[in-house]
Design a protein around this ligand. Structure first.
Ligand code: ADP
Ligand code: MG
Length: 334
C-alpha cells in the first residue's frame, strides 16, 4: 500500500501525522472521526470530520477517540488509523511496498491498546511496526542529541496531555505525564465565558480565542476579540468582546499545573545530569508550546534556558520517522 521504506506515524490526541524521510510530511489531519450514531459506520475522518464537530444532526456524532491521552474507543481509533493510512498511501504511489513503520502512541495507551494499534497499522500493509515513546520521538524530531550521555529535557504540550521527560543515552531517565494540555485551556475558556457573560460558545471558538489572543505571560500588550455564542438567559445569539487578560485568567490554573509538572521532573533529575540542564535547558514541543509567551514565561519560572522546537506541531512525527536508524543504533549499543 505504501511506497516508502520507512514511515513514522504520530498518533496524537489532537492530530495524526505521517512522515517519511523521503517525502517529508505526507499527512497532517485532526484525530477526529464522524460516525453514524446508529450503525457506527464511519462517515468522515480527519479535517472533514473536525468541520462537523458541534454542528451535526442527532444521528451523526463527531468524536476524538483519544481525546484525553487514553484510547476511549479503540474500534474507532483503528478505523481512524485505517482511513488516514489509505489517504497517506495515495500520496505516496506504489513504487515500493511493505514499509517499516514506527508509531508513537498516546502515553496513556495500555499494552492491549498498543497491540491493537500495531495490528491496525500492519493490516494497512506494513512489514514491521515498532512503537516509540513520545518524548524520545519529540526529542529526535527537535534535533536533540538523544543518543549522547547528556540530559535532554523535553516538554511536549499536546491536546490531551503534557509529557515532560529527561532523556539521556537514548532512554527516558525520568518522566511525568499530566492529563492537561491545550484542550483543557479551551474548556477553561468556555467555562469562564459561560460564568462571566452567560454566553455559551463552541469548542472551536474557544480554541480560536486561545490561539489568536491567548497568552502565557500575565504581562503582555492586551488584545481583544469579538466572539459569538448563545445567550443563556435569552437563548438568542449574541456577540461580545473579550480581552486577552480575561482569557489568561481563564486558564491560569491549568498553566500552573503544567509548570508544576515540569518542576517535579527537574527535581527528579539525577545530580550528574542537573549541570547539563542548567547549560542546555529545556526543549518545548507540541501545539501547546505555541501559546504566545510560553517560552519566556517558563524561562522566568524555572530559571534555565527554554527553547522552542523548530516546528513544535511536527516534532514527534519527524522524530518518529527518523527514529528507525536511531532505534537500531541504540539497540545494538545496549
Ligand atoms: P497531540 O500531539 O495531542 O495531537 P498537538 O501537539 O498536535 O497535540 O497540539 C494540539 C494542541 O495545540 C491543541 O490543543 C491546539 O489548540 C494547540 N495549539 C495549536 N496551535 C496553537 C497556537 N498557535 N497557540 C496555542 N495553542 C495551539
Ligand atoms: Mg503529540
Amino acid at each position: 500500500m505504501f511506497s516508502a521504506t520507512q514511515i513514522g506515524i504520530d498518533l496524537g490526541t489532537a492530530n495524526l501525522l505521517v512522515y517519511t524521510k523521503e517525502k517529508g510530511m505526507i499527512l497532517n489531519e485532526p484525530s477526529v472521526v464522524a460516525l453514524d450514531a446508529n450503525t457506527r459506520q464511519v462517515l468522515a475522518v480527519g479535517e472533514e470530520a473536525k468541520m462537523m464537530v458541534g454542528k451535526t444532526p442527532g444521528n451523526i456524532v463527531a468524536l476524538r477517540p483519544m481525546k484525553d491521552g487514553v484510547i476511549a474507543d479503540y474500534d474507532v481509533t483503528t478505523e481512524l488509523i485505517k482511513h488516514l493510512m489509505k489517504k497517506a498511501a495515495k500520496q505516496l504511489g506504489t513504487s515500493l511496498r511493505k514499509p517499516n513503520v514506527v508509531v508513537c502512541t498516546p502515553c496513556g495507551a495500555t499494552s492491549v491498546e498498543k497491540r491493537a494499534i500495531q495490528d491496525a497499522v500492519r493490516q494497512c500493509g506494513a512489514k514491521s511496526v515498532q512503537l516509540i515513546e513520545e518524548p524520545v520521538a519529540a526529542a529526535i524530531g527537535a534535533d536533540l542529541p538523544v543518543d549522547e550521555p547528556v540530559a535532554n529535557v523535553v516538554v511536549d504540550i499536546g491536546g490531551g496531555t503534557t509529557e515532560v521527560a529527561i532523556i539521556s543515552f537514548g532512554g527516558v531517565v525520568s518522566s511525568h505525564s499530566l492529563r492537561i494540555g491545550g484542550d483543557r485551556l479551551d474548556e477553561d475558556i468556555t467555562q469562564y465565558i459561560r460564568k462571566k457573560y452567560h454566553l455559551m460558545i463552541g469548542s472551536r471558538t474557544a480554541e480560536n480565542l486561545k490561539v489568536d489572543i491567548g497568552w502565557a505571560l500575565l504581562d503582555h500588550n492586551e488584545e481583544t476579540m469579538e466572539i459569538r455564542g448563545r445567550d443563556l438567559v435569552t437563548g438568542l445569539p449574541k456577540t461580545i468582546e473579550v480581552t486577552s487578560t480575561e482569557i489568561q485568567e481563564a486558564y491560569r490554573e491549568a498553566l500552573l499545573s503544567i509548570l508544576e509538572t515540569i518542576k517535579a521532573t527537574l527535581e527528579d533529575c539525577p545530580p550528574e545530569l542537573s549541570g547539563d540542564i542548567v547549560d542546555r535547558g529545556v526543549m518545548l514541543t507540541g501545539g501547546g508550546a505555541l501559546l504566545k509567551g510560553m517560552k519566556d514565561w517558563l524561562a522566568d519560572e524555572i530559571l534555565v534556558p527554554v527553547h522552542l522546537a523548530p516546528s513544535p506541531l511536527e516534532s514527534v512525527a519527524i522524530g518518529t520517522g527518523r527514529s528507525l536508524t536511531m532505534l537500531k543504533k541504540l539497540q545494538s549499543a545496549n
